[in-house]
Write a protein that binds this ligand. Structure first.
Ligand SMILES: FC(F)(F)Cc1cc2c(N3CCN(c4nnc(C(F)(F)F)s4)CC3)ncnc2s1
Length: 495
């Protein structure tokens, strides 16, 4: 049974990032005995010190040098909070009613009610730093991820090894029972939605629903739950300032988890590490590029390519580094994923991602490249590249297909204006280089005669090639030039 014993105590007092990394490393070696409550309280305590009520001059002296400050975390501070958590949970759940080795729906609901019942009545739910057990125990506040995490940590304290955290790209719930065959809502989602705590996630709820990843969520091991806790670290001191020490701690812990193989089924955590490596890469660590590509491969291999964020992470990275053709290609892949979903009112987060891509990033790319073309020798290869134009059509087609069959509309005229603006910046000749094939469908020409499908766009091969050769020659189509990377300021993300 996890507990606050000599093995843990020997790491205290924690006085540096390395000391916290050593504590995590020791815990991770314990396999599924990783003590979630202990680690969450420690991380929450450090985050609280490094990000809350820090006057902006606290560690800047007259010579403007910034002395790094790392809080000293004493054993008895952590032990007291740990004891408070175990007493709250064990005191509120009568285990004599739950004899089985495996959790039941009643047990899970009871634990969720105990956590839920301890929260203060009214507070801003999407404020920062409400994700940890430190926040729960010292402020009685948790965000929606934090409630799900606290339920799993509480079930660990009660000795139920089968209750596991299940994660989508914008929601969290638990699986439990023999073979993790049962599911249960344990927290709320979004604003103005009635919570469904205690209910199972049925096939009807989950199929074609992005919020549940169409039945392909990340079901966590204990070590992956530690990775989720590290991913939920929020280094932000204010809207514009991050704690360097907290960001470094998050990066070192994610890298430790990565090197031990605990991110191998967790695309978003790999993406979070990639984001941090992009801001300040550490020698010996994997590069951002490698990590973004690995996150995509993991989603393709283990989650039937139902995850959107690995592609939008990568697209954002390519966009920031001005590799626009690769960014547009990644967004086309993201659109190919979202088109398989039906949009509902609880999908605002992924709606915002596509809104920014289609109505901000892509029009900006079109403007920048169009300006380049008119200023230089007309050599903006992007706007003359048929592959990029095809990807753009895939993005718009995917978003339209996403809307089809959905209970809530996605598109409005603003989208159409931006679509047409961006498409209009491309050289008209790229269209003649496009072969839009309709996979194994009978094609009919205008008078209803079956068209010879070997003649795409109604032209025979010979005519087609002549057109293409002429356009290619006229366009001098070549590969997108890589341009210098730009430093990215980390985009704070709602958890
Ligand atoms: F549990 C919930 F409800 F909070 C859902 C989860 C979110 C999330 C996450 N995120 C959210 C997505 N996020 C993104 N960062 N960039 C993104 C992209 F749009 F650029 F792809 S998505 C970073 C952190 N990172 C690790 N694990 C999780 S589990």
């Amino acid at each position: 049974m996890a507990g606050f014993r000599d093995r843990e105590k020997q790491h205290f007092p924690l006085t540096s990032i390395q000391a916290v990394v050593d504590l995590f490393s020791d815990q991770l070696e314990r396999g599924d005995e990783v003590d979630l409550a202990l680690l969450s309280i420690v991380l929450g305590c450090i985050e609280n010190t490094l990000t809350m009520n820090r006057s902006s001059h606290s560690n800047v002296d007259e010579s403007k040098t910034i002395t790094p400050i790392f809080p000293v975390v004493e054993a008895d501070t952590i032990e007291a909070l740990y004891a408070k958590f175990t007493a709250l949970i064990k005191g509120a759940v009568d285990l004599t009613k739950f004899e089985s080795e495996y959790a039941t729906r009643e047990l899970v609901k009871r634990v969720s009610d105990v956590v839920w019942g301890s929260l203060t009545r009214a507070y801003y739910k999407d404020k920062a730093h409400l994700q940890s057990l430190f926040s729960f125990l010292t402020g009685n506040k948790l965000d929606c991820f934090g409630v799900a995490f606290a339920v799993v940590a509480a079930c660990q304290v009660l000795g139920f090894k089968d209750v596991k955290l299940s994660l989508s790209e914008d929601h969290a719930w638990v699986v439990f029972g023999k073979d993790s065959s049962e599911t249960a809502e344990v927290t709320w989602h979004g604003k103005g939605n009635e919570d469904k705590r205690g209910q199972p996630i049925t096939e009807a709820v989950r199929d074609k629903a992005w919020l549940y990843l169409n039945g392909q969520p990340v079901v966590c091991t204990r070590q992956m739950e530690a990775a989720a806790m590290v991913s939920s670290i929020n280094p932000a001191i204010s809207a514009t300032i991050d704690s360097v020490e907290m960001g470094s701690l998050q990066q070192e812990l994610l890298c430790l988890l990565y090197q031990k193989g605990h991110l191998s089924r967790y695309p978003m955590a790999i993406g979070n590490l990639a984001d941090l490596e992009e801001i300040s890469s550490i020698p010996g660590h994997p590069t951002s590029n490698q990590l973004f590509e690995e996150a995509i491969r993991v989603a393709q291999t283990h989650y039937n390519n139902q995850h959107v964020y690995p592609y939008t992470y990568f697209g954002g990275y390519m966009y920031r580094h001005k590799q626009y053709a690769k960014a547009i290609h990644a967004w086309a892949e993201a659109a190919s994923v979202i088109k398989g979903y039906n949009y509902t009112r609880e999908d605002e987060e992924v709606y915002k991602e596509f809104l920014e891509i289609a109505n901000d990033f892509i029009p900006t790319i079109a403007k920048v490249c169009f300006k380049e073309e008119s200023s230089s020798s007309g050599e903006s290869s992007l706007l003359q590249n048929p592959a990029v134009y095809a990807d753009l059509l895939r993005i718009y087609d995917g978003i339209c297909e996403w809307e089809e069959g959905s209970s809530t509309p996605v598109l409005h005229t603003g989208w159409a204006q931006q679509f047409t603006f961006s498409l209009s910046k491309f050289d008209p000749r790229v269209r003649s280089l496009l072969d839009i094939h309709v996979e194994n469908e009978e094609e009919e020409d205008e008078d209803g005669e079956e068209k010879d499908s070997s003649k795409p766009n109604g032209k025979d091969k010979q005519e087609k090639e002549t057109d293409q050769a002429a356009s290619q020659k006229a366009l001098g189509v070549e590969k997108e030039k890589d341009t210098a990377a730009t430093q990215r300021t980390r985009r704070g993300r709602k958890r």
